[in-house]
Design a protein around this ligand. Structure first.
Ligand code: AMP
Length: 311
């Protein structure tokens, strides 16, 4: 079993109140694949330029991530993104986006990537996401993430791409912008009319909510004392969520499995924000992940005890 991901493979410049990095490995597909690599084999699809060297490949290969479908474009520049956060880490400003080699990229998947069990269309131009979706016909579960840039510049292509997936995973503000519905339940209903039967609204430091055919589930973010850089948290959430599903081949994708997948997504995202970029995940142990999921379970349980209410 395996997972294929297409998304940005990037160099990021990030400033937060706790420090800055000028040029670090990043991109939605990179954050996703490192998180998902704790659950299954991950194939990354996307282009890089001459500035992407062995050190970057090594970060992925050391976690067993398959890099055969990372296409090196001679003479090209790798996608670059610059962003800044203030004291509210749920708000960020994009200062620069250079598409570089993504501008002319036409994905051609190898047999191994095309026959993956799960597919994640991480945040990138929606035509590219669709081109990958069309080549990955056998996937039993397909999820998609996007962002305000594509909602504003490629809305109809994005909706067409969304119509071919099982699960839409967006920040809640982007979900509101895309559906033009201020209410999560109504927004999810609208998305379901387009095709996906599952909607996950990511709410940054407040956690994430799931709307499936069977019901609603919300999970707070893991209560951390130290958050250094929220970049990639959403992709790591997706990596843990999809990874958990991939680790249950043949299981019915019901509400209860999806809620447990949410817990793994929440745990993976919580590790990622403790350091800049991808600095935290490669050194993570499986025991640390299991412990954090167990603590999340403890934190979110409450004992029900009805009280006599006054009419
Ligand atoms: P997240 O914090 O989960 O939304 O993802 C952060 C990652 O998204 C960064 O590593 C950036 O390289 C990447 N990114 C930023 N803007 C874009 C964009 N327009 N398209 C694709 N990826 C992007």
């Amino acid at each position: 079993m395996s997972i294929t991901v297409v998304g940005s493979i990037a160099f990021d410049a990030v400033r937060t109140p706790f420090g800055a990095r000028d040029r670090m490995l990043g991109g939605s597909a990179i954050h996703f694949s490192l998180a998902a690599s704790f659950f299954d084999v991950v194939h990354v699809v996307g282009p890089v330029g001459d500035d992407f060297d062995q050190a970057q490949y090594e970060v992925l290969r050391r976690r067993g991530v398959r890099t055969e479908d990372i296409e090196h474009v001679p003479g090209g520049r790798t996608f670059f993104w610059r962003g800044e956060y203030g004291w509210d880490l749920n708000e960020r400003q994009t200062l620069e986006t250079e598409l570089g080699v993504f501008a002319d990229f036409l994905p051609k998947l190898s047999e191994a990537s095309a026959s993956a069990d799960l597919l994640f269309l991480a945040n990138i131009q929606p035509d590219l996401q669709r081109a990958v979706r069309e080549q990955c016909r056998e996937a039993r579960f397909v999820a998609l993430d996007s962002m305000n840039l594509w909602i504003e510049t490629a809305r109809s292509s994005l909706i067409e791409t969304i119509s071919g997936v099982d699960c839409l995973m967006l920040n809640d503000s982007e979900l509101r912008e895309l559906t033009q519905e201020p209410n999560l339940v109504r927004a999810a209903r609208k998305v379901k009319e387009w095709g996906p039967r599952i909607v996950v609204a990511k709410q940054g430091q407040y956690g994430a909510a799931l709307v499936s055919e069977e019901g609603f589930f919300a999970l707070p973010a893991f209560p951390l004392e130290t958050v250094v850089d929220p970049t990639g948290a959403g992709d790591c959430f997706a990596g843990g969520f999809m990874g958990y599903i991939a680790a249950h081949p043949g299981a019915e994708l019901d509400h209860s499995l999806l809620t447990r997948a949410m817990a793994y997504g929440t745990a993976m995202a919580s590790f990622n924000v403790e350091e800049f970029g991808v600095e935290r995940l490669p050194g993570l142990s499986t025991e640390e992940i299991a412990e954090r999921v167990a603590r999340l379970h403890q934190i979110t349980q409450f004992s029900e005890q009805p009280v006599a209410l006054r009419a």
